[in-house]
Design a protein around this ligand. Structure first.
Ligand code: PNS
Length: 159
């Protein structure tokens, strides 16, 4: 069985993330979307909220599961016996950081490959931080995140 891990902060999950998750679900037998917990960062959404949003928007994808983890991604991938870590790659500015993480993960866990999926053209410039910025001004974010979670995101962030 091929197993993919799709990691991220998902603060919050966007249409770009969902696009990568959907595409991974066509390539692998089982896809685990994992919210990585970083204690040195103060996220806008709790782990439970982030996991809940992803569960809601992936409910129709039978081979997708959602989890949360606070250790190293390489260790999580080894624990789950993952074939691959799948990440979306947007503009070139993502590349250096993603490449560095892929090499670190591969030296910690050589059994799991990192695979980059190029972002779809519609989501090339979409980011969670942009969604937070727009929602915090009270604007609708349903062009950027799945419609079923857009209002929850706007309500939570609108000051
Ligand atoms: O959505 P993001 O913020 O681009 O995701 C980054 C993430 C969470 C995948 C990355 O920071 C991560 O894997 N963090 C867990 C700690 C870890 O394994 N770091 C890489 C080796 S030092």
């Amino acid at each position: 069985m091929t197993i993919a891990v799709c990691p991220g902060s998902f603060d919050p999950v966007t249409l770009g993330h969902l696009d990568v998750i959907r595409r991974a679900a066509t390539l692998f037998d089982r896809v685990i979307v994992v919210v990585m917990i970083n204690f040195s960062k103060q996220p806008a959404f709790t782990v439970e909220e982030r996991v809940g949003f992803i569960k809601k928007i992936t409910a129709s994808l039978p081979n997708v599961e959602v989890d949360a983890f606070s250790g190293l991604l390489a260790d999580y991938a080894a624990k789950e016996d993952a074939t691959a870590i799948v990440k979306g790659l947007r503009v070139m500015s993502d590349f250096e950081y993603e490449f560095q993480m892929a090499l670190t993960n591969s030296s910690l866990n050589p059994r799991t490959e990192t695979i980059f999926l190029p972002a779809s053209i519609d989501y090339m410039f979409l980011s969670s931080s942009m969604v937070r910025e727009v929602a915090s001004r009270g604007r609708d974010v349903s062009k950027f995140v799945p419609a079923e979670i857009a209002e929850d995101i706007r309500k939570k962030l609108w000051k």
